[in-house]
Design a protein around this ligand. Structure first.
Ligand code: ACO
Length: 319
C-alpha cells in the first residue's frame, strides 16, 4: 500500500503588503529585502481570518480537485505554528468547518517551517498502515500574528497563507520516501519568546539569529538532498521538480545548485508569498500543479528546514 496526492488547493488572504509599505514602518528598503531574501511582497490575514479559516479555503479547493466528498475524508492532519486556539486543535476546528462528522481522527503537527513535510509523512504512514484512505493534509499559518513588526531583521520575512492536499491510498507510489529530523540543541537560534506554559512578557514574537540560521539551513538542506537520493538509489538528474520551503531565494538557489538543477525546475513563490512557514510548500505545490508545470510522471522533491531545528524531505511521483 502506498499513498499519492489526488488533489491540491491553496489560499492567500487578499491583503498584500509590499516591501515599499513595510519600508514606511521600519528602517529598510525594497532593494535591500529583494537582494537579501528575494521577497517582493507578502499576504496578511484580515483580523477576522484565523488559521482555520485559511485552512478551510485551501482544503475546499483540494477536496474539489481530488473529486471526493468531504465526508470521505478519514484523517485530518494540520501543520501549523499559529493555531487559532490552545485547544481544540486547528484540525478539529477545520473538521467542524468542513462539516466532516464521521468521527475521523484530526490533530495538529507542530514543526514550524518543516510542518507540512512532517504532516505529509504522518499521513503517508497512516495510509501505508491501512489506517486511512483519504487524508486531508494542510499547512496553514498566520505568521503576521507572531511577527514583531518593529524588528526589521525579522518582520520582512513572513507572510500568511494555507495550502492543502488530499492524500489517497494507492497501489503504486505516489509518495516514494519521507525523511524527518530534528535537533533541539538549536532551539534558541529561532524561537518565539514565550508560550502557554512558560508565559510571555507582552505579546508573543519571533526571535531569530538570521545569518546563523541561514548557514545551518543551507548545510542541512544539502544533507537531506543527499540522504533522499541515496535512500532511493537515485541520481540528481532523476528529479524533475524541486518544491522547496520558501524561506529565502538564496537558500533555495543553494539547494538547486547542490542538485545541479536549473532554476527553471524549481518552484519559487517566495517573491510573492514570503515565508509562510508550514504553508509554503503546499502553496508552491498547488501553484505549479494548477499552472501545469508539474505533470503526471514527474518526480518531485520537497524539502524544508525550520525552527527547532526541524528538517525533512518528501520525494514523490506525480500520478
Ligand atoms: N533592512 C536593511 N538593513 C537590514 C535589515 C533590513 N530589513 N535587516 C538587517 N539589516 C542590516 C543589519 O542591521 C546589518 O547591519 P550592520 O552590518 O550595520 O550590522 C546588515 O543589514 C546585515 O545583517 P545580516 O543579519 O548579516 O544580514 P543577512 O544577509 O544575514 O540577511 C536575513 C538577513 C535576510 C534575515 C538572512 O540572514 C536570512 O534570510 N536568514 C535565514 C533565516 C530564515 O530564512 N529564517 C526563516 C525560518 S528558517 C527557515 O525557514 C529556513
Amino acid at each position: 500500500m502506498y499513498s499519492r496526492v489526488q488533489g491540491t488547493g491553496s489560499y492567500l488572504p487578499s491583503r498584500i503588503m509590499t516591501n515599499h509599505e513595510l519600508a514606511e514602518q521600519v528602517d529598510t528598503s525594497h532593494d535591500w529585502i529583494v537582494e537579501r531574501t528575494g521577497i517582493h511582497q507578502r499576504h496578511i490575514a484580515a483580523r477576522h481570518e484565523n488559521s482555520s479559516d485559511l485552512a478551510l479555503a485551501a482544503a475546499l479547493q483540494a477536496i474539489s480537485a481530488a473529486g471526493i466528498e468531504a465526508d470521505e475524508i478519514d484523517l485530518i492532519v494540520v501543520a501549523t505554528t499559529t493555531p487559532d486556539l490552545v485547544f481544540p486543535s486547528t484540525a478539529c476546528l477545520l473538521q467542524q468547518k468542513l462539516g466532516v462528522a464521521n468521527g475521523c481522527p484530526a490533530f495538529d503537527v507542530q514543526a514550524v517551517c518543516s510542518g507540512f513535510v512532517y504532516a505529509l509523512s504522518v499521513a503517508d504512514n497512516f495510509i501505508r498502515a491501512g489506517q486511512a484512505k483519504f487524508a486531508l493534509v494542510v499547512g496553514t499559518e498566520t505568521m503576521s500574528r507572531i511577527t514583531d513588526w518593529s524588528d526589521r531583521s525579522n518582520c520582512i520575512l513572513w507572510g500568511d497563507g494555507a495550502g492543502a492536499v488530499i492524500l489517497t491510498a494507492s497501489d503504486t507510489p505516489g509518495v516514494i520516501s519521507t525523511h524527518l529530523h530534528a535537533d533541539g540543541r538549536y532551539r534558541d537560534l529561532l524561537c518565539v519568546n514565550g508560550g502557554v506554559s512558560s508565559g510571555a512578557d507582552g505579546a508573543y514574537a519571533m526571535r531569530m539569529q538570521g545569518s546563523a540560521v541561514f548557514k545551518i539551513a543551507v548545510k542541512t538542506l544539502d544533507a537531506i538532498v543527499d540522504e533522499t537520493l541515496a535512500a532511493n538509489n537515485l541520481q540528481k538528474s532523476d528529479i524533475n521538480w524541486l518544491v522547496p520551503h520558501q524561506a529565502n531565494i538564496r537558500i533555495i538557489q543553494a539547494t538547486a545548485k547542490k542538485l545541479g538543477m536549473s532554476m527553471n525546475n524549481v518552484v519559487v513563490t517566495v517573491d510573492k508569498h514570503a515565508n509562510t512557514s508550514a504553508a509554503s510548500i503546499p502553496l508552491a505545490l498547488d501553484t505549479a500543479v494548477r499552472d501545469g508545470r508539474i505533470r503526471s510522471g514527474d518526480v518531485v522533491l520537497m524539502e524544508a528546514f525550520g525552527g527547532g531545528f526541524t528538517w525533512g524531505s518528501v520525494l514523490l511521483k506525480w500520478v
